[in-house]
Design a protein around this ligand. Structure first.
Ligand code: MG
Length: 165
């Protein structure tokens, strides 16, 4: 271990297809929309990116290794529970989350009415205050699968620090 090990950075990215007949769940909250994200779990693209960012910062295996989609026990899994399990592993290594910065890449729906609630939901899951979680929403300017609203992607960066006490 290096002598200086006070702050660590991790990055996470995820993408899921938008399809009819599914709920749209992002950041642990349900968002009204005609389509939802397709996936083995609840397909919460935001929590998946956040989870990977935090796991990466802690030097832990990624979300796909910890919660494989080949495992039937994770079918329709609540991603809040996956994040809680990941947080337990991070805590066991002596880290707490310092902040998380998130970009949701979504042509639709408009996310500005939900960004604050998403940040509050995520903050509660990772044991920080809501001003330590930033949620930004960007369209893809009509370009490519994201721009055609065939999918929603998320990029997240997390910093973690050694917990005190
Ligand atoms: Mg995912």
């Amino acid at each position: 271990m290096s002598v200086v090990d006070t702050v660590r950075v991790g990055i996470g990215y995820d993408i899921h297809r938008l399809v009819e007949g599914r709920r749209l769940v992002m950041g642990g909250i349900e968002i009204p929309h005609a389509k939802g994200l397709l996936g083995h779990s609840d397909a919460d693209v935001v929590l998946h990116a956040v989870t990977d960012a935090i796991l990466g910062a802690a030097g832990l295996p990624d979300i796909g290794d910890l919660f494989p989609d080949s495992d039937p026990s994770y079918k329709d899994a609540d991603s809040r529970k996956l994040l809680a399990e990941a947080m337990e592993k991070v805590r066991a290594k002596g880290f707490v989350v310092n902040n998380v910065d998130i970009i949701v890449h979504a042509e639709a729906p408009k996310l500005s009415p939900y960004k604050r609630r998403m940040a509050e939901s995520i903050a509660a899951l990772i044991h920080v205050s809501s001003d330590q979680v930033s949620v930004k929403a960007k369209t893809n300017e009509g370009l490519g699968p994201l721009g055609y609203a065939d999918a929603i992607a998320c990029t997240a960066v997390a910093t973690i620090v050694r917990g005190i006490g």
